[in-house]
Write a protein that binds this ligand. Structure first.
Ligand code: GDP
Length: 264
């Protein structure tokens, strides 16, 4: 298999000096010191696992003979989806938000997993199912755009509404440009369905600290004022630098019921 990229494993991150290490593992907390005094930071650290929890989560994302991580199948309709046997999470976001890069980063310790992308215009958009041993499934939902075809909208809506084993939806938002009109449409849909979701801010290595702070504060305020089902803490990630990826693995492990002792 391919070699894992640097910092894909916690053991590599732990070798960094302290402040760099915390920037990789807890990128949101790293921003706290740049906030105006008196800013309420409770929502910055709702999910703040210990190293042991991060390590247990990482073990789930590391494949071996007794713990296979596989691409299972693709589906264009709900009746093509695999049986809902395991707890499930899904990743949605508009095209180019960095979704396939993030899923590749999450699965970088299972280099045999092939993350398929169907980006050719006109190519059928599919839901791709990945099975993580006997613990959970992860679904890569097709990227949505401004003028998503009706059959695509119906497939995504049917999935989100009907999938009983779906534990959490991860809505990816571009950290450089912040919430866009299409993201608002996705939020409205998730709110209407009343399902729990989380916002993930991508490509944070490409945003200056000032821009990132502005986007984080704006989105957290939006979440607080306008949503019911969204987890109040944002997750910040860079699939290039691996920041936030270890924490996100841990949150996925937690919401799928595979880290019973961690509080969120
Ligand atoms: P998708 O359409 O949502 O699957 O997006 P991709 O994962 O293909 O990413 C879209 C573009 O953004 C590609 O050129 C990626 O290389 C780039 N990209 C994705 N994630 C990151 C990131 O974390 N940092 C940076 N700098 N670029 C990224």
């Amino acid at each position: 298999g391919r070699a894992s990229p640097p910092l894909a494993a916690l053991s590599q991150v732990l070798r960094l000096e302290r402040s760099r290490r915390s920037a990789i593992v807890f990128p949101l907390q790293k921003l706290e010191r740049y906030l105006a005094p008196g800013t309420d930071t409770a929502r910055f650290r709702l999910f703040q696992p210990e190293l042991t929890a991060l390590q247990r989560a990482e073990a789930l994302f590391r494949s071996d003979r007794g713990h296979p991580i596989d691409y299972v199948s693709s589906a264009v309709r709900m009746d093509h989806a695999p049986p809902p046997a395991l707890p499930e999470v899904c990743f949605i976001g508009r095209s180019n938000v960095g979704k396939s890069s993030l899923i590749r980063a999450l699965f970088s310790l299972a280099p045999e997993v092939e993350i398929r992308v169907s980006k050719t215009p006109g190519h059928t958009k599919k839901m791709n199912f990945f099975k993580v041993g006997k613990y959970f499934t992860l679904v890569d939902m097709p990227g949505y755009g401004y003028r998503a075809p009706q059959d695509f909208v119906e497939m995504v809506e049917a999935y989100l509404q009907e999938r009983h084993n779906l534990k959490r939806t991860f809505l990816l938002v571009d950290g450089v440009v912040g919430l866009q009109k299409t993201d608002h449409i996705a939020v409205e849909m998730l709110e209407e369905f009343g399902i729990p979701y989380v916002m993930v801010l991508t490509k944070i290595d490409r945003a200056s600290r000032g821009l990132l702070l502005k986007n984080v504060l704006e989105i957290q305020e939006f979440v607080k004022e306008n949503t019911q089902g969204c987890f109040p803490q944002l997750f910040l990630v860079s699939s290039v630098e691996f920041s936030g990826v270890h924490l996100l693995r841990c949150f996925v492990a937690h919401v799928t019921g595979n880290l019973p002792t961690v509080e969120a």
